[in-house]
Design a protein around this ligand. Sequence first.
Ligand code: EPU
Length: 420
Amino acid sequence: MDKLVVKGPTRLKGNVIISGAKNAAVAIIPATILINGKCVLENVPNISDVKISCDILKDLGAKVEWLGEHELSIDTSSIISSNAPLDKTSKFRASYYLIGSLLGRKLSATVGLPGGCNLGARPIDQHAKAFEALGAKVDISQGKITAKAKKLIGNSIYMDVVSVGATINAMLASVLAEGTTVIENVAKEPHIVDVANFLNTMGADIRGAGTDVIKINGVKQLHGNASYSIVPDQIEAGTFMLSAVASRGDITIKNCITKHLESITAKIIEMGANVETDGGDTIRIWCNKRPLKANIKTAPYPGFPTDMQPQMGVVFSIADGTSIINESIWESRFQYTAELNKMGAKITPQGKTAVFEGVKSLSGSPVYSSDLRAGAALIIAGIIANGETEIYNIHHIDRGYENIEEKFRKLGAKIQRVSE
Ligand code: EPU
C-alpha cells in the first residue's frame, strides 16, 4: 500500500494543466458500447477508474488500445457479452453506466452493484425507474442488477431527484430506443453535456443537455469512426484553485473551462482572494492573506459542487472566523473533518452540517483518506500544515486525480509517494 508524505507549510506557486474530467470519462467509455464500431477518445485522464472501465470493456469483448498518454481507441464491434464482470464492476461507482449502455445496445445487461466512495446511501432507484419506463424489466438482487427488454420504446421520464448518474443512464438507454424520450428534472453538470455531445458526435439526436429537460429522438444506429475530446475536469481545477487560497499561493490553472468554475470563483472572491480569468480556459488565483470566513451549501450544478466540499473545508479550517458547510447531496461526507481535527482544526460536524471555527494553522499528522475528494482535501491540508503529514488509503485519490503529487510538486509542494 502506498502513502503520501507531505512536508509543509508551502505557498504554492506556478502553473498547472488540468486533465480530462473523470466523471465524463467514466460515462463516455461505457457509452462507446452503443456505437458498435470504433471511436477515438482524446484528453482521457490516466486514472484508475478509467483503467478499470477499459478492462471491463475488454472483458466484454471490445478492443481497447492507448494511442498516446491521453488518447484511447475503442472498438466495440466485437462485444459479445452483456454480463459485466461482477468483481470489477463493484469496485467503482460509474460501472452503473454499463447497464444503460448494454441495455441500449444488446437489450440485456447484468452488472454488479456499483461500489465507489462511501458517502452514505447511494440508491439507484431513479436509474431503474428510467429503464423500466423504456420497457425494461429490472431486477436488483444477489449483489447484481439485471435489466432486460424485448425492445426499448421512448417515453416521458420525470426524475424524482436530480441525479447525475440516473440522467446519464436514461440518456444511454434511450439513444437507440424507438421514438422520443423526454427526461425532466435532470442534472445539468458539465459531464452530462459532455456525454450528450459525445453521443451526438457519434450520430445520436439528444437535445437540451445542460437544461432541466433532455429530449432524445431515438436513432437506428450510431456511426462511430470519429474522435471526441473529453471536457476538462471541473473538480480537479477547483481543487487547485482552493489549494492556492489555502496556501496563500499564486496558481495559474490552464486547460479548464472557467464558466464551469463560477460557483467556486464566487466563493473565492467572497473569502478575500484574487481571481483573474481570460473567460476561456485559464484562471489565476492568488491570495496574500488569511482567507475570510464564508458559508456554503452544496447543490447540483450550477450550485456549489459537493465534490468540492472537503477541499473548501480545509480553507474554512484556517479561515478568519467561523464558517458553516451544509451538505445537501450526501449524508456522510464529513468523515474528513475528524482527520483535519487531528491536525489541529476545530470542526464540529452534526448531521449534514459542519461548523468550522477557523484556526491560525494546522500541524502535520498521520491521516486517513475516506474517499476521493477527502483525500484531495488532506493533501491540501498537508501542504499548509507545519511539519509532516502522512496520508493513507490513497488508492481513493488515484481513482480520480491524474499524477496529483507530480502536479503539486511542480507548484512547489514537498510531497512524495512512499511504498510500504
Ligand atoms: N439519488 C437517489 N436515487 C437515485 C440516484 C441518486 O435518491 O437513483 C440521490 C443520491 O442519494 C444523492 C443525489 O440523488 O443524494 C445525487 O446523486 P447522483 O445520482 O447525482 O450521484 P452519482 O451519480 O452517484 C455523481 C458523481 C459523484 C458526485 C455526484 C453528485 C460520478 C461517477 N459520480 O454520483 O462524484 O458526488 O454525482 O454530483 O459521476 C466524486 O467524483 O468524488 C463523486 C463522488
